[in-house]
Design a protein around this ligand. Structure first.
Ligand code: SAM
Length: 461
């Protein structure tokens, strides 16, 4: 039934018999390839009209009967007509019709191969085919509609059922159409939102407008074999960081300790607690704190494996890390994550001399591994990240520099791995980094973090 309906919709109607030679000749005459993209007339369309996407093309259809289908399919696979929502192989009582890509079908090779099965030009019939809105991908629609030669669609990210775009100025007149097309075309999408401001608030969430779909910001998604739920309008989540989260999760073994200084809703902390690490997770945003707790519960993490905090990073380091670190240092491998790229380096100086009053036998503990994230703005991103970290820590304890992702042109998100050893944690504090006048340092470092930025963001990205 479905196929019959579809065929009617596509207006399939065989053209009087023409051989493959005719197909070839036609193409030679037209001297152009068959354009399977939407009609030119949709360019500049502001409100989606599906009707305007209708387009008739001639498609070669191979008719086969009484042959082993699997052999033929293997043969024509590269030549099949590939358009959205259309199955190019259809069978009924009269045999099987195989829809071929008109721009590939005239390969000599195919002809020769078909002959081996007793098939040939006579079995390929040019057929009228109506392409509809549903046969075009979102990308094809945008390429056809949006202004030519201008920077195209901003890429989108999918967060559960929410599709999130960040439209540039010149695309704003098309925002309703963009929302509708993404809603129609992207599987699982129930809401399309557009970011309406820069992420410049403390909690790293952003304001957004709904372009299409339900006003439902409650997201459920999976990452690193854990389920996360949160209110996307109130917390930070970036699906582009999923491989980075996975990479860190893989670096720790069960029984290792993690202090997650800016934990968000728990993408490092929850999977690691699930892996039987001991986790101390902190976030300043009360909403992130709430959802982080919810996510530990949701993933059935035993309550003795984790502790959560709702503090400023500096206080979390000076109070909680300071209290717990001596308990773990000689018995466990300890890791710290600080993913707040625009200002995490400014927290580094709090580690200098953090344990200076603790009694440690020299050489009694392995260094703590700290992953600090930062933005490097400029061409030489490794060098920029290295300098940021050294200037803020006052020591060169860098073990690794890793580019996490490109944020924009000449702006890279970097992960810098540092080893906090006895010299940093217990040793003499007089290293050139002042700890007394921290407000000055903070101010200064925020400026350094934003070198090259025309707009100096408010303290936290
Ligand atoms: C870039 S997000 C990272 C969240 C999470 N770790 C991840 O990888 O997705 C930074 C987080 O830091 C939190 N944050 C911002 N300022 C903070 C501060 N001063 N102290 C602690 N957390 C802070 C924000 O609420 C946000 O959840």
């Amino acid at each position: 039934m479905y196929i019959v309906l579809k065929n009617i919709r596509h207006g399939l109607k065989p053209i009087p018999f023409q051989s493959l030679r005719t197909v070839k000749l036609q193409k030679e005459n037209m001297n152009e390839i068959v354009n399977l993209n939407p009609p030119d007339s949709v360019r500049g369309m502001l409100e989606l009209s599906e009707e305007c996407f209708k387009k008739n093309v001639s498609i070669p259809v191979l008719h086969v009967k009484d042959v082993k289908l699997s052999n033929i399919i293997k043969l024509v696979k590269p030549e099949l007509l590939k358009v959205e929502n259309f199955k190019p192989i259809k069978s009924d009582e009269s045999g099987t019709q195989i829809y071929l890509n008109p721009n590939r079908v005239d390969s000599e090779n195919l002809e020769n191969e078909l002959n081996k099965f007793g098939l040939g030009k006579k079995d390929i019939i040019l057929t009228n085919f109506t392409l509809n809105y549903e046969n075009f991908s979102a990308e094809q629609v945008f390429r056809a509609v949006l202004p030519k030669n201008k920077e195209g669609m901003a890429s989108f990210t999918k967060i559960g059922h929410i599709l999130h775009v960040n439209l540039r100025e010149h695309l704003l007149p098309f925002k309703k159409l963009i929302g509708k097309v993404l809603f129609d075309k992207i599987p699982g999408c129930k809401t399309v939102v557009n970011k309406t401001n820069m992420i410049d608030n403390t909690y790293r969430n952003f304001q957004m407008e709904i372009l299409e779909g339900e006003d439902d910001m409650m997201v459920t998604l999976k990452e690193n074999k854990c389920t996360f739920q949160f209110d996307f309008s109130a917390v930070y989540w970036n699906s582009r960081l999923s491989s980075e989260h996975e990479c860190i999760v893989k670096k720790l073994n069960s029984n290792d300790v993690l202090f997650d200084v800016c934990a968000g809703v728990g993408p490092f902390s929850v999977p690691l607690a699930k892996k039987s690490c001991i986790v101390h997770a902190n976030d300043l945003n009360p909403e992130s704190y709430k959802w982080m707790n919810h996510n530990f519960k949701l993933n059935k993490i035993k309550t003795d494996c984790f502790k959560t905090y709702n503090k400023d990073a500096k206080m979390f380091i000076l109070e909680e890390i300071k209290e717990y670190l001596p308990k773990y240092l000689t018995t466990h491998k300890v890791f710290i994550t600080m993913n707040l790229p625009a200002m995490a380096v400014t927290f580094l100086n709090n580690f200098v001399g953090l344990l200076k009053n603790s009694d440690f036998v020299k050489g009694s503990f392995k260094p703590v591994t700290l992953f600090v994230y930062c933005f490097a703005k400029g061409e030489n991103y490794n060098e920029i990240a290295r300098n940021l970290v050294i200037e803020n820590l006052g020591f060169d304890k860098i073990k690794d520099l890793h580019r996490v992702r490109t944020v924009s042109s000449l702006k890279e998100m970097m992960r810098v791995t540092i080893e906090l050893d006895e010299e940093v944690l217990v040793g003499n504090v007089a290293t050139g980094v002042k700890r007394s006048n921290e407000d000055d340092i903070l101010e200064d470092n925020i400026k350094k973090c934003n070198v090259g930025d025309t707009k100096l963001p408010v303290p936290i990205i």
